[in-house]
Design a protein around this ligand. Structure first.
Ligand code: SAH
Ligand code: SF4
Ligand code: F3S
Length: 468
């Protein structure tokens, strides 16, 4: 790809200039798994440019902040961090680059430009691959650069990548979102849906299998509409023209033992996807199925295109076809116009589905979205009270669910030493439960049978078993 070839030339030139100077880089990643995957590409580029990674801002010669704007709280955090960097900058002749979704919002990119003159580079989600060129120009001209475009980015292949985990490899399969849920900013900052070619995805999956990864996480804002827009335009040249077919292909790759994906949309959960999950032994029987609200009225206002009943029917259908299937979800509390009755419907769905994990969010108004224009906004105190009630229900259900796991033997993919106790190992079950247990180094990056002996709500203590 010509564009990437050009960037590789810039990477080489910078590596040449950095030679022997032990330059360091650091990245602050503020967003979702797609944002994290972008950071892995930034790391890949930085390392190719001769920077080595550090966790310490004060040591870094290159600081990249990869922003998110899905909720408001990220803004304060960003400005706090950028402010702190001002004093550090002079010391290391530091280059500061800010990228990601928030920089696709014009008012935010402008604010950085105007109020934070010590920021060297502002780049967007569609120009991530041009970071080497931007850095090269800063080094050689010391001029500030704003590299944000407002068109739909293309799919670029062949960027280097330096992955954060050694057990799970994330692979983005599609970019953008066409759904325009009324609360959500993502379609405005990430552009329209576009899918990577299946051949490129499969090649990447085979590559990570070769490197020893056991788990693959397929990423996209709406993974089960993979290839939808290409099929509509007649642009898909491959026989692997749907998410279900892609899952079946990846399932064939030797060495990979687990396949997960986020996020599917309930409205696109067609039977072929359910059948692929059922048939593919490597696909985890643990599905993230974003609910957002349990009220049909709210779902309509949110433009989610399914009803409470349709969501519950989908869950029932999957439970019937796939024994032992479990679910996690995302829920927004306090969207515009949400009544007590609507909120009760959300609680009702939570009670019925018995999710293993619920990511709960208080509705945050986002400029430029229809939700922000709606008149019947919910007062903050009511939002918080509802959030607390939901949290209480979810926690009581998780501890109920956990009882079912206690004293069972689970397959755990071992990730490494536990963060809280270095003498223990930590890993995850198929249903993403964290298990901490005593073992040895050789077990890292293998699947072990572990008996869950103590329930600590957010993790289990386990004991290795030799029973086969
Ligand atoms: N495409 C995915 C994830 C989108 S962002 C999906 O559709 O599920 C991740 C989560 O953030 C969403 O599922 C939603 O629950 C939450 N979210 C999005 N916009 C929000 C907003 N304005 N306020 C609060 N939470 C929001
Ligand atoms: Fe946002 Fe909805 Fe798209 Fe998810 S599907 S990214 S919630 S607009
Ligand atoms: Fe992800 Fe946040 Fe962007 S959730 S897609 S990083 S707005």
């Amino acid at each position: 790809m010509k564009e990437i070839y050009e960037q590789k030339e810039y990477m080489k030139k910078i590596a040449e200039e950095n030679k022997g100077q032990s330059k360091k880089y650091t990245i602050l990643t503020m967003g979702c798994q797609l944002n994290e995957n972008d950071s892995e590409k930034i790391s890949g580029m930085a390392e190719e440019m001769g920077y080595t990674k550090t966790e310490k801002f004060e040591e870094a010669n290159l600081v990249v902040i990869n922003t998110c704007c899905v909720r408001e709280n990220a803004e304060e955090r960003l400005f706090g961090k950028v402010g702190e960097l001002k004093n550090l900058k002079e010391k290391n002749n530091m280059i500061i680059a800010i990228g990601g979704c928030m920089m696709q919002e014009k008012h935010m990119a402008d604010k950085i430009k105007k109020s934070y003159p010590h920021v060297d580079i502002v780049f967007g989600t569609h120009t991530l691959h041009k970071l080497p060129e931007d850095i090269y120009r800063v080094i050689n001209s010391r001029k500030r650069i704003q590299d944000v475009i407002d068109i739909d980015g293309r799919v670029f292949e062949g960027l280097p990548i330096s992955r954060a985990s050694h057990t799970q490899a994330s692979i983005t399969i599609m970019y953008g979102c066409d759904n325009f849920c009324t609360y959500c900013i993502v379609p405005y900052v990430r552009g329209r849906e576009r899918s990577r070619n299946p051949e490129d995805i499969i090649a990447e999956a085979k590559e990570v299998a070769k490197q020893g990864y056991k788990e693959i996480m397929l990423l996209g804002q709406n993974v089960n509409s993979y290839m939808r827009s290409e099929n509509k335009k007649g642009e898909c040249k491959s026989e692997i023209n749907s998410f279900a077919k892609l899952l079946r292909e990846i399932n064939k790759i030797d060495g990979i033992e687990r396949i997960r994906f986020v996020s599917p949309h309930p409205k696109d959960f067609t039977d072929d996807v359910i059948e692929a999950i059922r048939d593919c032994d490597k696909v985890c029987k643990f599905i993230h199925l974003p609910l957002q609200s349990g009220s049909t009225n709210m779902l309509k206002v949110m433009n989610r295109k399914y009803t409470k009943e349709q969501y519950l029917e989908l869950v029932q259908k999957m439970k019937k076809q796939i024994p032992n299937i479990k679910f996690s979800t995302d829920i927004i509390v306090g969207f515009a116009g949400e009544t007590e009755e609507d909120f009760e419907d959300t609680l009702d769905v939570v009670r019925k589905v018995k999710f293993e994990q619920v990511f709960m969010f208080i509705y945050s108004r986002r400029k430029g979205t229809p939700g922000d224009q709606m008149e019947n906004q919910i007062p903050e105190d009511i939002k918080h009270k509802r959030f607390d009630r939901l949290k209480e229900l979810v926690e009581s259900q998780i501890s109920e669910n956990n009882k079912e796991y206690l004293n069972t033997i689970q397959e755990v993919l071992v990730e490494g030493p536990s963060k809280s106790d270095e003498t223990m190992l930590a890993g995850r079950t198929e249903a993403n439960k964290v298990v901490v247990f005593k073992g040895n180094e050789d077990m890292v990056n293998t699947i072990q049978k572990v008996k869950l002996v103590e329930d600590h709500m957010w993790y289990f203590k386990g004991e290795i078993t030799n029973n086969d």
